[in-house]
Design a protein around this ligand. Sequence first.
Ligand code: SF4
Length: 391
Amino acid sequence: MTDWRERFPGVSEAEWRDWRWQHRHALRGAEDLARVVALSEEERRGLTVTRPLFRFGVTPYYASLMDREHACCPIRLQAIPRPEEARAAPGDLRDPLGEESHRPARAVVHKYRDRVLFLAGDTCSVYCRHCTRRRITGGEEGGFDREAVAEGVAYVRSHPEVRDVLVSGGDPLVLADERLEELLAALRAIPHVELLRVASRTPVTCPMRVTPALARLLRRFAPLFVVTHFNHLKECTAEAAEACALLVDAGVPVENQSVLLRGVNSTARNVRKLNEKLLTFRVRPYYLHQGDLAEGTGHLRTPLACGVGILEELRGRTSGLAIPHLAVDLPGGLGKVTLQPQYLLAPGDAPGPDGSGHWLRSFAGERAFYPDPPAADCSCPYDAVFYGENA
Ligand code: SF4
C-alpha cells in the first residue's frame, strides 16, 4: 500500500481513484515535486535545463511511489530529468528507429510488411525520461486530430497486407473511452485487420485508468492485446495488479515490454523479480528492450553485454515464461533483432564424434552433444496441399 494519503493530504479516496483527477493534478515542475520528495540538486538542475526540450509530467499516483529520500529510486530516475538529458550522447538520434522515412500518413508508421504502428495521440500520463518517441510525445507535432486519425484509418483500409495494428502514440489510453472506441471500431471494421494491439503505460503510471468499462470496451474488439511497460518491481503495486486483473478477467491478454535502463533495472535480480511478479499478475514478460538511441537518453542506456549477461543469469534459474526476448531495434529503421547468450559451441571448438551433430553448453556450463538425425530435409510435403503452391 502506498502512502499517498500522507503525501497528498486532503485528497479523497474517490478523487484518487479517478483517472481524470490524476491527469488534472499531474505534477508539472520542481515546486510540485518538492512537496512529495526531497529533490536533489541534480534533479532540480535537470528539471530546469530540460524544460525547453521535453515535456515533464507525473501523475500523483506515480509520484506516490517515489522514494522520498533517495534520488537513485527507479521511479525517480524514470520520471525526473537529469542534466545529462540535455546533452547528446555519441550516436543519439532524433528519430532513432528511422520511423519518419516509413510514415505514409501522419498517424501511421509502416515498417514491416504486415504490421503498422498507429499513432493515436501525443500525450501520456507520465513522460518517461527514456521515451524513444520523444519527438512526438514532446508535442512538437501538435497532436493527432480527427483528420489525421481518419487519414491513418484510410491508409490501413487501402493496404490489404496489413493484418496487425499496434495502436500507440503517446499513450492511447489517455483518450476518453468514446474517442478510443471510435478508433478501435474503425480499425476493427477493416476486414484484413486480424489483430489489434494497444500499447499503454497506464497500468503502471495511472492504473485507475483501467476501469471495468474500459476493460469491457477493449474486450469487444478481440483479438486485442494490451502491451504495457513495467520496468521495476516497485511499480507492481496493488493498484497495478488490480488494473491488470480487470483486463485479463475481461478476456484481454496483457504482455509487458520493459526497457533496460542503467541504474534502474540493469541487473539480473531486478529483471527476474519484476518478471516473476508480472506472471503472478497474469502478465507475460515479452520483450526486454535495449535502449534506443533517442536523444538525451544516453545516460540511461546500458552496454549490449549487460542485457546478454542478464539473460545468461536468468536461464535455468527462473521459469522460462519469466525470461523475455532481449530486443535491439536497429537504428535506421532496419527493424528489431534479438540477442541471447551463445549456447551452441563452435564446431572447431568441439567437433562431434563423427562430425554430424553439435556440442552445446548448459546454463551451468556443462557440455552436451546433440546428434543430427539421419535425414536433413525439413520441408513439409503437406504444405502444398494445405496452403496451395503459392501461399
Ligand atoms: S508512456 Fe510511452 S510514449 Fe509516453 S512518455 Fe512513456 S515511453 Fe514515451
